[in-house]
Design a binder for this molecule. Structure first.
Ligand SMILES: Cc1cc2nc3c(=O)[nH]c(=O)nc-3n(C[C@H](O)[C@H](O)[C@H](O)COP(=O)(O)OP(=O)(O)OC[C@H]3O[C@@H](n4cnc5c(N)ncnc54)[C@H](O)[C@@H]3O)c2cc1C
Length: 332
């Protein structure tokens, strides 16, 4: 596992179990988002500015007008950048235990201007394609004067941390019997019908990449590659790894624990049974397809190998209950 080295300022002190320094997990969050908040000090005062970004390898690209104060400060001194993906509102029985499910990244560092023409255009293309793939080749690209007026910066993805909260609220034992609804209100970005510019000639069709736009596209900077995403998931009985894979017309999601797997039903049960593996299969529905590992949590278990049943997993329980059963096994 490729990890980034925590430094004194990226060491998570508050709820360290939610921290993550796995480079793939950090990159997956950066790839899913495209908006960040950039914090700098300008004239001795703090300044936080929201802006767009893209990731390319171990660099984050930022761009803007040449005289942009925030970008100039990123070039001249230290900056701190954060990216937040909101996954849900966590409603607890007690007001003070309310929370949010999220995945976020914090980066520290100093930017460098990209001046070489070819690299600068490549970085601008990367930003556009990261936000809406297909747009760069469709829209008019910047001319030299426009490119000269644009500052393009690369920022290292080096000194950084990720933090993730998943799962239900954590209430005090004394509050558990209160008749107050508690749980998670999940959220995902929704893209609505495109609204053509009123000045657009009627014969210009909506491009496919607009009509069929969807996120996330984490884990891959290229349409030529399948999407492979892993992320840590926290449960009452411990931590697990959520996996979501997508390829042409295919998808698979699963939650890996040390003792076994809860996954969607793409694989047969004969092989894991033969090898004595604890595997439980959940089924999606047209209304609730299984794409992301979180989708498994409320889905019903429809099959389980002998070792999974021995762990207490029963047909009809939820994916979350099955994961908790696996996490409660002592496998050393
Ligand atoms: C959508 C959302 C809502 C939140 N709401 C609240 C809230 O209402 N109240 C609250 O106290 N906290 C909230 N948090 C958590 C918050 O981001 C901090 O993690 C927390 O407040 C602890 O702050 P601290 O300064 O004590 O962190 P410390 O643990 O002391 O931070 C040390 C280092 O850990 C890393 N780090 C800390 N937080 C994060 C993070 N979120 N993502 C990535 N790296 C991080 C940074 O490198 C930081 O420099 C929220 C987070 C998100 C994403």
């Amino acid at each position: 596992m490729a990890t980034v080295e925590p430094t004194p300022r990226t060491t998570i002190r508050r709820k360290p179990g939610r921290g993550n320094y796995d480079r793939h997990a950090i990159e997956a969050i950066l790839d899913e988002g495209f908006l960040c908040d950039v914090a700098v000090v300008v004239d001795g005062r703090p300044l936080v500015i929201p802006t767009a970004y893209a990731r390319n390898g171990k660099w984050l690209y930022l761009h803007g007008a040449r005289n942009n104060a925030m970008l100039r400060a990123v070039l001249e001194g230290e900056a701190c950048i954060s990216v937040t993906l909101l996954d849900g509102l966590v409603l607890a029985r007690s007001v003070l235990h309310h929370s949010m499910n999220y995945r976020s990244v914090v980066l520290f560092g100093q930017g460098e201007e990209i001046t070489a023409r070819e690299q600068k255009f490549q970085a601008m293309r990367c930003i556009v394609e990261h936000i809406i793939p297909g747009r760069w080749d469709d829209a008019r690209i910047p001319n030299d004067a426009e490119a000269d007026a644009t500052l393009v910066i690369r920022f290292p993805i080096d000194e950084c941390s990720a933090k993730t909260r998943t799962g239900p609220p954590v209430d005090d034992d004394a509050d558990m019997s209160l008749p107050i609804w508690a749980g998670v209100l999940p959220t995902r970005p929704a893209w609505l019908q495109p609204e053509p510019d009123p000045l657009l000639p009627a014969n210009v069709p909506v491009p496919d990449y607009v009509a069929k736009y969807s996120r996330p596209k984490q884990g891959s900077m290229s349409d030529a590659l399948p999407r492979v995403v892993t992320r840590p998931m926290q449960f009452e009985n411990g931590a697990a790894i959520g996996v979501s894979n997508r390829w042409h017309k295919g998808q698979y999601c699963s939650i890996f624990t040390k003792a076994g797997i809860v996954g969607c039903g793409i694989y047969d049960m004969a092989t894991p049974t033969e090898f004595g593996q604890a595997i439980a299969i959940a089924r999606g529905t047209p209304q609730h397809p299984l794409v992301e590992p979180e989708d498994l949590l409320e889905a019903k278990i429809v099959d389980a190998t002998g070792p999974a049943r021995a762990a207490g997993i029963e047909i009809g329980m939820t994916g979350r209950q099955a994961v908790e059963k696996l996490l409660s096994l002592d496998v050393g």
